[in-house]
Design a protein around this ligand. Structure first.
Ligand code: ADP
Ligand code: ZN
Length: 612
């Protein structure tokens, strides 16, 4: 912290962070906490929660204590603060005794602006004693939803943080999270905050993320093509359901020259840590992972999140896709989805050992996710609507950009369902999709012959549709419960009550036809995000941007910090476009504060001059 403390939050933001303006709710939150109030802050990932406690910690006398369950990330968070010239440290189990003693001494001497602590450390006898001896500015409780017993990330130590209220009633507390439904919010407030705490709930919209869902044909090949065509050299995360599929996909991508690494709970802790480090530190690594990889991935420049398998709920989808584009630059959430996803997820629910009520809940969540995947209207409107937020069509999802055709497919659905019905009637058993489609299309397969199904009245009535067309219809029927796949029994198709309504003409079926894929945008060179619509960098700027990234990689290696800690992509892009010629011009760029201007300015200005 500089010797003469700046007077206002705005000044601190500009001097230290080099950002011109606050975002969204940052300013009111900061003012409330500086004034000594308690706050619950709900902001989506990338919303800028950190500043909400970092700036008040600087403005209030004493040290800000930040409680986070993600000890693997504390080191990077503290390194980022050091890069800004702030006095920060962390205390967690990764620290040896001597270093811990040193941090404690600094804290006692009032030499720290911010101290990050693991919850178990704070709750320990020595942790409590230390804090008693320090002057405290505030407590910030990150990932505050972890206090909720009902949530999916419950941490028992978090439950014990109630002690803060009792022991330090006068020190303001700010609880922050990106995921909390109404009951969880109430629980956070009850356990951690004063009764008069204020809630700050930001919109959950992530306008820079483009949502896309594509029909799955060969998922792996589609994924490789998506990365090559649209995210060459970009950092991304690919989610797959099983460990074996994670391994295979990572290998497949690596074989195509993409820097892909696997991450799942079956790998040794050492391998996982190594892969995480590379993902964080290097540019352009694609992490292929199960959902074990996720919470607290702070990397701001993840340009895409791809799902090879459909998540089982919209909450999960939103949380996972939310890891893209925290820096506010264009990013994509891309998912392939097919009939097998529906069947597999339903099966997982049925086979699980949860009780009936829980299974019903899981089914309802899955159906909402399916409806999102099958939607023909704006995906963002649906996503936000799910979280209770009303919005207008966004113009930045696949359905807005290329509205799919909605055709009335009631007649085709009747053909399909009556074929299922007649095959069963003729042979006393149910058949799987391939056979049903053969009958519809009038294919004389061995099996058709064997069962004499060429004599059925529906034989060949669907010859005008391709096999793929029929599969698309089939998937949509299954997604809407108008037909069932028996995954325990050779995936045979079975009629449901809904099928009967369609057969009797009481219910119409509308089919979503995906518009043909757009002509592919090949990138010029390897200029990473440069080729993304709306934020394209011109050729020369793209070349400078790549040089700046290479420079940043060297610095990051030297300093032993992740590249984004030196400068985020957004700042490098702005530098590449503005080409500042001196330190003053450089300082006017968003993300260049006083300290970074002094540390890196001369080298940057030289580099830019060389490019002129
Ligand atoms: P969260 O914790 O809510 O996911 P962060 O605090 O990590 O988000 O902020 C996300 C990114 O946005 C960071 O790179 C941060 O530096 C940047 N950021 C935060 N506030 C601002 C601002 N007012 N102007 C520009 N960039 C900001
Ligand atoms: Zn949209």
């Amino acid at each position: 912290m500089p010797e003469t403390p700046p007077a206002s939050p705005q000044q601190i933001l500009q001097q230290i962070w080099g950002y011109p303006d606050f975002r969204g709710m940052q300013q009111p939150v900061i003012e409330h906490v500086v004034g000594g109030g308690d706050a619950l802050v709900l902001m989506p990932t990338g919303g800028g929660k950190s500043l909400c406690f970092q700036i008040p910690a600087l403005l209030r006398p004493g040290m800000g204590v930040v409680i986070s369950p993600l000890i693997a990330l504390m080191q990077d968070q503290v390194a980022a603060l050091h890069e800004l010239g702030l006095r920060a440290a962390f205390l967690n189990s990764s620290l040896d005794a001597a270093s811990a003693r040193q941090v404690q001494a600094q804290a006692r001497a009032g030499e720290l602006d911010l101290l990050y602590m693991a919850p178990e450390r704070l709750l320990s006898e020595s942790g409590q004693r230390l804090l008693e001896q320090c002057r405290l500015a505030l407590f910030a409780i990150d990932e505050a939803h972890c206090v909720s017993q009902w949530g999916h990330d419950f941490r028992p130590e978090y439950g014990q943080l109630e002690i803060l209220r009792e022991r330090w009633p006068d020190i303001p507390r700010i609880a922050l999270t990106a995921t909390a439904d109404i009951p969880t919010r109430r629980e956070i407030a009850q356990r951690l905050l004063r009764d008069d705490a204020r809630s700050f709930v930001a919109s959950f919209d992530r306008p820079n993320i483009r949502y896309r869902v594509v029909e799955k044909r060969d998922g792996r090949a589609q994924l490789a093509q998506f990365i090559r065509d649209e995210h060459d050299g970009d950092c991304g995360v690919v989610y797959a359901l099983s460990r074996s599929s994670v391994e295979q996909v990572a290998e497949h991508l690596a074989a195509q020259g993409i820097r892909a690494l696997p991450y799942h709970a079956g790998l040794s802790a050492e391998t996982r840590a190594r892969h995480l480090r590379r993902f964080l530190d290097e540019d352009g690594v694609v992490m292929v992972a199960t959902i074990a990889f996720g919470m607290g991935i702070d990397k701001p420049d993840v340009r895409f999140v791809a799902h090879l398998d459909m998540p089982r709920s919209i909450e999960g989808y939103f949380q996972e896709t939310g890891r893209a584009g925290r820096d506010g630059l264009a990013a994509q959430a891309w998912m392939t989805y097919g009939l097998a996803d529906v069947v597999q997820q339903r099966r997982l629910i049925e086979m699980g050992d949860a009780d009936e009520a829980h299974k019903r809940l899981s089914s309802a969540k899955l159906d909402a996710m399916l409806a999102l995947a099958e939607a023909a209207d704006c995906r963002r409107v649906r996503l936000l609507g799910y979280f209770g937020e009303a919005s207008e069509p966004c113009g930045n999802c696949d359905n807005c950009l290329q509205p799919p055709e909605l055709v009335d497919a009631s007649e085709a659905a009747q053909k399909l369902l009556s074929t299922v019905y007649r095959c069963r009637q003729a042979s006393g058993t149910n058949f799987a999709a391939t056979h049903i489609i053969d009958v519809l299309r009038g294919r004389n397969s061995d099996k058709v012959q064997r069962f004499g199904h060429q004599r059925l009245s529906t034989f060949g009535i669907g010859a005008d549709w391709s096999e793929q067309d029929w599969r698309v219809l089939l998937r949509q029927l299954v997604a809407q419960h108008l037909l069932e796949v028996d995954s325990m029994h050779y995936n045979v198709l079975r009629l449901t009550d809904g099928s009967k309504q369609v057969l009797r003409g009481e219910r119409r079926v509308r089919l979503r036809r995906q518009a043909p894929a757009p002509a592919r945008r090949r990138r010029a060179g390897s200029a990473s995000t440069a080729a993304q619509p709306g934020i394209a960098l011109a050729g020369a700027d793209a070349a400078l941007f790549e040089s700046l990234r290479a420079w940043r990689a060297d610095i990051a290696r030297d300093h032993g910090v992740p590249a984004y800690v030196v400068f985020p992509d957004a700042t490098l892009r702005a530098i590449a476009q503005a080409r500042p010629l001196d330190l003053q011009q450089l300082r006017s760029i968003s993300g260049v504060g006083d300290k970074k201007r002094d540390t890196y300015g001369p080298a940057l200005v030289r580099l830019i001059a060389q490019h002129a």
